[in-house]
Design a protein around this ligand. Structure first.
Ligand code: FES
Ligand SMILES: [Fe+2]
Length: 386
């Protein structure tokens, strides 16, 4: 089989037990660029939350891999995606990382005007050459999808269908209705570690006894199981301790259970990783969303949002801190471990290490990434870990 990117020391498929990736996979600029192009631009990463572009005319400019894209809510409340590139001389329509609300989109450079649908409406004081037609110079669209209040984009336009990546994660997430919940708190972390180390860390609780004493007081660290994936996701439930209502420092919930959850779902937290960059943690009374944005081989921005049901917000004195403080502490414990591993994997003393039975989802992730390296992208490699 032709290998799409050469990485020294990468295990051959079916080469026995799964080991962690070679150091270059976590440190090399070349591998990093390849991942941005093939896994982020060439996949369906999560790029935003729907509520960041909720109202007609709302716009948000985000980076996806090496690309800049513009999310625009049109008058019919349909979400549209465009490359953030003016058709005149290529200026960005909106500064990356910013949001605004407009009736029409005016380029900041020479003031060409586009509709919310991307059509070029006006070219003020432009002296058009022969053959120039506005109809041919609309913004270049790209596919975007909204799913349970999250926005996904495929810059390359040739990724496998989004529904195929999601598979039965749809039915596993639907009961918690994340799209109905409101974001009450968010934190942005900058972690000095490769994005894959953060995903690997999320997918095992083998480390919980060592670095998460608070977490181990509310959930038995060995209670996690991983469901059989049928798309670009992996994960499953963990049990709550008998005294605990949710994940918080004392196990108490100061919110309201999500409507419609059965008895079993009220006693569990579901942890799902959707490839490549979304970590969804579904609690009985709130949902936590981590969205990873790789900035450099050894640097990742993590946007963490906590979502609660509207009826909890209506309670007088509602304070999301019981959930936020718990996870902020736990997040920081995790980031610190990931940063230590990052220093480890770039050492000349690092050798890929064997994964054990408690790390089956990490192994599945590594198998998927390895297959992507060999085959050029996600196409033809689902379900996860197969
Ligand atoms: S680059 Fe946008 S109007 Fe000139
Ligand atoms: Fe952890």
């Amino acid at each position: 089989m032709e290998i799409d990117i050469e990485i020294e020391g990468l295990d051959a498929p079916s080469a026995g037990p799964v080991r962690t990736l070679p150091g270059a996979a976590y440190t090399s600029a070349e591998v990093f660029r390849w991942e941005l192009e093939r896994l982020f631009e060439g996949g369906w990463p999560c790029v935003a939350a729907s509520e960041q572009v909720a109202e007609p005319g709302a716009r948000l400019a985000v980076r996806v891999g090496n690309e800049g894209i513009l999310l625009v809510r049109d008058e019919e409340r349909r979400l549209r995606g465009f490359f953030n590139v003016c058709r005149h001389r290529g200026h960005e329509l909106l500064e990356p990382g910013t949001t605004d609300r407009v009736r029409v989109q005016k380029c900041p450079y020479h003031a060409w005007v586009y509709g919310l649908d991307g059509a070029l409406l006006a070219t003020p004081r432009f002296d058009p050459p022969d053959g120039f037609g506005r109809a041919d110079h609309g913004l270049v669209p790209l596919p975007v999808v909204e799913w349970h209040g999250l926005v996904f984009a495929n810059c390359s336009g040739d990724a496998p269908a989004f529904a195929q990546l999601v598979g039965s994660l749809e039915s596993l997430v639907a009961g918690h209705e994340p799209e109905r919940l409101r974001c009450c708190a968010s934190h942005t972390y900058e972690v000095a570690a490769n994005w894959k180390l953060l995903v690997e860390n999320y997918h095992e609780c083998y480390h919980c006894r060592s670095i998460h004493p608070e977490l181990c007081r509310v959930t038995p660290p060995d209670s996690g199981t991983n469901l059989a994936p049928d798309g670009a996701w992996i994960g499953g439930p963990m049990e709550l301790m008998e005294h605990a209502q949710t994940m918080s420092l004392d196990g108490r919930s100061l919110g309201i259970p999500l409507r419609g959850l059965d008895q079993q779902a009220r006693r569990r937290v579901f942890y799902f990783g959707y490839f490549p960059n979304l970590l969804l943690s579904l609690h009985p009374d709130y949902v936590m969303v981590h969205r990873l944005e790789p900035l450099a081989p050894d640097h990742t921005r993590v946007e963490c949002r906590w979502l609660f049901p509207p009826e909890a917000l209506e309670q007088s004195g509602f304070d999301p801190a019981y959930a936020v403080d718990f996870w902020d502490l736990t997040n920081r414990q995790d980031w610190s471990a990931c940063e230590s591993v990052q220093r480890g994997v770039r050492s000349r003393g690092y050798r890929p290490g064997f994964l054990g039975g408690r790390e089956d989802a990490v192994a599945a992730f590594i198998r998927l990434v390895t297959d992507c390296y060999r085959r050029g992208g996600l196409d033809g490699m689902l379900p996860y870990g197969s």
